[in-house]
Design a binder for this molecule. Sequence first.
Ligand code: ZN
Length: 189
Amino acid sequence: MFWNRRKSFSYVCGCCGRTVTGSPSFSIGLPPFFGHLSDEEVECRVHFDDDLCHVRQTPGTISDDDVFAIRALLEIPIHGVDEPFSWSVWVTQSRQNFCDYVETAGTDQSGTMTFGWLPITLPGYRRTGDGEPVESLACDVQWQKEGLRPVITLHECDHPLFLDQRNGMTWKRAIEIAEPLNRRAHGRD
Ligand SMILES: [Zn+2]
């Protein structure tokens, strides 16, 4: 069924003319849950690594009201392309689910789906400015087999990120979002 064959994503970078191949994949490095805290507060209230983040309400205690978050994968289909546009993001979990996630790490977690909030700091989707509260979207978080990060499905709403995940994005829009991010990597920004 060659007429169904999909393409690999590629484009020619506007900054340097090199051809960038493969569907875009970017990562939100710093967890976006404590930008409002001072360095001193971060020091005594925040702990994070590549996969887990915990922001305490009060230093030295654990509370259900703390922010518990895990790293997960958000995939946006690109029309006519085999691989999705993929974001590695931070999503909140309840205290109980966070603890379960930590305790069952390294095992098959694929039977578990949890609720989470996804803070929208993604380039191309953020609708709030620096210093304004970050929007968060409700989502399902499908845990995966050993060694794989959980995968996010956004709940229906009118946010462009939900619409792109449900409807897919055009090749052109994928380039619009990816090019400025790659430009940085190309050392031209
Ligand atoms: Zn470039």
